[in-house]
Design a protein around this ligand. Structure first.
Ligand SMILES: [Zn+2]
Length: 370
């Protein structure tokens, strides 16, 4: 169990807590792995105060004066508060209760204490619908929940949109678009659900399929524009993350997050569709139980906000050297390095050290310009 072995060292309040749980033995048996693991992580030098707090050196702010306080609740959960005024757990205390999922800030604390999330069964991580947060990610009472969007209205594609392969056999313009796509994405052009519309005949269109059956948006890439305002067309709800349904259909621990839906379609991952995430997009990633791995584009003015959101939420980032000299994003890498090597490069470069990543990406972005 990892709970304090010597009762006499415990405060009366903690003794009372343990006694209460002994009396309700059934409750102890149903206590989850989350609290077991959390107990086991409390340092052996932790001090038990008379007020029911167990004090340890806060693992978040580099504190050495035992200002991190843990209190176990009578409902079988815990609260954490840091008494060091500069610490994020001072301005925003955290905690966990049985029945809640295990994401966001409680999970972050757990990992800072040296916990390994893989010891927690997936079903407990995923019971996120009962987890209660307010908009700033703070745990709160029963009425408010972290706002997440799972449902989106159906969106119509441009008039007479048809599959690109089919269109390329009938229309010269569609054949041009197909050739352009083939030059960039190779054989993947035939695998992905690319489309074309005679009304938008310069555009390579990618419909956004939500759970395979409904179309909730699309993006069109102008094959004749390399920059400027007419490079992209599209429609989709702002809060939609491209491919977001795979968060619940895929069992993988890590999920790659890029900006461009076409890159994400190639890699089978998520795309935020902008370098700036909406609060609901952040919430969805927070409660997903996955470890997001952010891959910024190596372009000045675009990577900064993407990197910041990863930093603020303690998510992984990966900034690989894409090997080929002119590759600035995942799409370029897939074209020149192939899909497997691209994924390998991402996995090998995953880190939470955002400052180091920023230095590297600045050098890469500068180098690409010259
Ligand atoms: Zn602290």
């Amino acid at each position: 169990m990892g709970r304090p072995s010597d009762f006499t060292e415990c405060s009366p309040a903690l003794n009372y807590f343990l006694l209460e749980n002994l009396l309700f033995g059934i409750y102890i048996n149903s206590m989850s792995d989350i609290i077991d693991e959390f107990h086991a992580l409390i340092p052996t030098n932790a001090r038990h105060s008379g007020t029911g707090w167990t004090n340890m050196c806060c693992p978040s702010c580099g504190d050495t004066r035992f200002r991190g306080g843990i209190k176990f609740t009578s409902s079988g959960g815990w609260r954490y508060y840091c008494f060091n005024s500069g610490c994020i757990f001072c301005t925003q205390p955290t905690g966990w209760e049985p029945g809640n999922g295990f994401g966001g800030r409680p999970r972050r604390l757990f990992e800072l204490m040296g916990g390994d999330i893989r010891t927690i069964p997936t079903k407990e991580l995923l019971s996120f619908n009962t987890q209660r947060y307010n908009r700033r990610g703070e745990e709160i009472g029963t009425s408010e929940r972290l706002d997440v969007t799972y449902k989106f209205p159906e969106v119509g594609l441009p008039p007479e949109t048809m599959p690109l392969m089919e269109a390329s056999k009938k229309f010269r313009k569609a054949a041009d678009v197909f050739r352009w796509a083939y030059g960039r994405y190779g054989e993947w052009t035939k695998e992905l659900p690319f489309a074309w519309s005679p009304q938008r005949d310069k555009y390579l269109i990618l419909p956004f399929f939500h759970y395979d059956d409904i179309i909730v948006g699309y993006v069109g890439r102008n094959i004749e524009a390399s920059s400027g305002g007419n490079r992209f067309i599209g429609r989709a709800p702002t809060d939609y993350i491209f491919n977001q349904h795979i968060l619940s259909t895929m069992s993988a621990k890590y999920i790659i997050v890029v900006e461009s839906p076409i890159d994400a379609a190639l890699l089978g991952c998520l795309a935020t569709r902008s370098s700036v995430l909406t609060q609901k997009q952040i919430n969805l990633l927070t409660v997903s139980g996955k470890d997001p791995v952010f891959i910024p584009d190596y372009k000045a003015g675009e990577y900064e906000s993407f990197l910041n959101v990863a930093k603020e939420n303690n998510w992984c980032v990966a900034v690989p050297n894409w090997i080929s000299r002119d590759a600035t994003d995942v799409g370029d890498s897939i074209k020149t390095n192939g899909k497997l090597l691209t994924i390998e490069l991402i996995m090998k470069n995953m880190t939470k050290d955002c400052d180091a990543v920023e230095t590297k990406i600045r050098a890469l972005a500068k180098w690409k310009e010259t």
